[in-house]
Design a protein around this ligand. Structure first.
Ligand SMILES: Nc1ncnc2c1ncn2[C@@H]1O[C@H](COP(=O)(O)OP(=O)(O)O)[C@@H](O)[C@H]1O
Ligand SMILES: [Mg+2]
Length: 351
């Protein structure tokens, strides 16, 4: 193909080049994932049998050729392979030499990526604030607590209650600051090839004797899952934060499911053309009330909390750690079923 190769590999969405007569000339990495077939298997194949939008691919390609103008099919159901069809926006553009560029924007993936991107930005913006807050507030607060404790020695009854209140509230602020400080203190991940299931197991055991004691934890692990390229302590922190949130909304006897599986579908290309594949999937699903819809779009932002006494830092720390692992975190929630999915890369070749 003659199109600028860097642009081609930087495209974050499945893209195909269709030659005459309606055969596939080239596909990019995301298209291989989306269509679940290798580039070699796809080259030369009849595109109308492989990408099947409502109204037919041949009709769409015919219109583009006739009008020599681009065409977008919005909200069209595209069938690929034997699975259920996927709702997409399909963009077709003539390349001027009888070939047509077909860009597939699956709505679910597009939505997921947007949310994941905004969570990366949010995670970065909190770091500077975190260090400033922790330093500026913790020291005077220690002074206030100490002074209240001194005062209380000469007080009794109602007055002592007030100094107790100062001390208790100060402790709460210190706890919040310590959570904030985790951002500033977070060292870069020490990544190595690790077994994800070991990490999940440790997190599960610790949750079961702690805040998730009232829940049932179910494991659905893919035993053949390859190793991940991750910092086990930081990954455990991520899983613990997600388990804690699930347990906090869970009823007595509710279920949290930990699931792992391998999926090549979600693949993201960096601007320099190198690809981020994150095929290892970890899902944590609860049967609680679901994420309040008004929070769904800024869930990973710092200080966004739906709980009384919540700091809203748990998920932004999660987002920060996952981003530093070149991974993605996405979520889907309806009442009765909330899933957080972490997508992680495998160890680099040769390690
Ligand atoms: N599994 C879940 N089900 C429903 N709501 C959730 C879940 N996980 C997180 N949330 C919502 O997201 C908010 C933010 O979570 P988080 O960042 O951990 O902060 P915090 O737990 O301190 O509130 C929670 O307060 C809650 O409203
Ligand atoms: Mg939390």
């Amino acid at each position: 193909m003659t199109a600028e190769p860097a642009i081609w590999s930087a495209l974050p969405l499945p893209a195909l080049i269709v030659g005459a007569p309606d055969t596939i000339d080239a596909v990019n990495g995301p298209a291989e994932g989306f269509l679940n077939r290798s580039a070699r298997a796809l080259r030369g194949a009849d595109v109308c049998r492989i990408v099947r939008p409502d109204g037919g691919m041949d009709a769409a390609l015919g219109r583009v050729r006739r009008n020599a103008a681009p065409l977008t099919l919005h909200d069209t159901d595209v069938a690929v392979g034997p699975g259920p069809s996927i709702r997409c926006d399909l963009h077709l553009a003539p390349l001027g030499d009888d070939r047509i560029l077909v860009l597939v924007a699956p709505q679910e993936i597009a939505g997921r990526l947007n949310r994941a991107r905004s969570s990366r930005r949010a995670a970065r913006s909190v770091i500077g604030l975190a260090e400033m807050l922790a330093h500026e507030i913790k020291n005077p607060l220690a002074g206030i607590t100490g002074a209240a404790q001194l005062l209380s020695m000469n007080l009794s009854g109602d007055d002592a209650e007030l100094t107790d209140l100062i001390v208790a509230e100060s402790r709460r602020i210190v706890k919040l600051l310590e959570e904030v400080e985790q951002f500033g203190n977070l060292r870069p991940p020490q990544r190595r090839a690790i077994n994800v299931h070991d990490v999940l197991d440790r997190a599960r055991k610790s949750a079961m004797v702690g805040y998730a004691a009232h829940m049932e934890l179910v494991e659905r692990y893919d035993p053949s899952l390859p190793h991940a390229w991750a910092d086990p302590d930081q990954l455990q922190q991520v899983v613990l934060n997600l388990l804690r949130n699930a347990a906090q909304v869970g009823k007595q006897g509710g279920t949290i499911t930990l699931r792992t599986f391998y999926e090549t579908g979600l693949r993201v290309s960096r601007p320099d053309g190198s690809g981020d594949a994150a095929p290892l999937q970890i899902e944590i699903t609860d049967d609680g009330p679901g994420i309040p819809p008004e929070m769904a779009n800024n869930l990973f932002e710092p200080f966004v909390s739906g709980r009384e006494n919540g700091t809203g830092l748990g998920l932004s720390l999660v987002a920060k750690i996952v981003a530093e692992h070149d991974g993605w975190i996405t979520t889907e929630s309806v009442p009765g079923r909330t899933t957080f999915r972490i997508s992680l890369p495998m160890p680099p070749r040769g390690t």
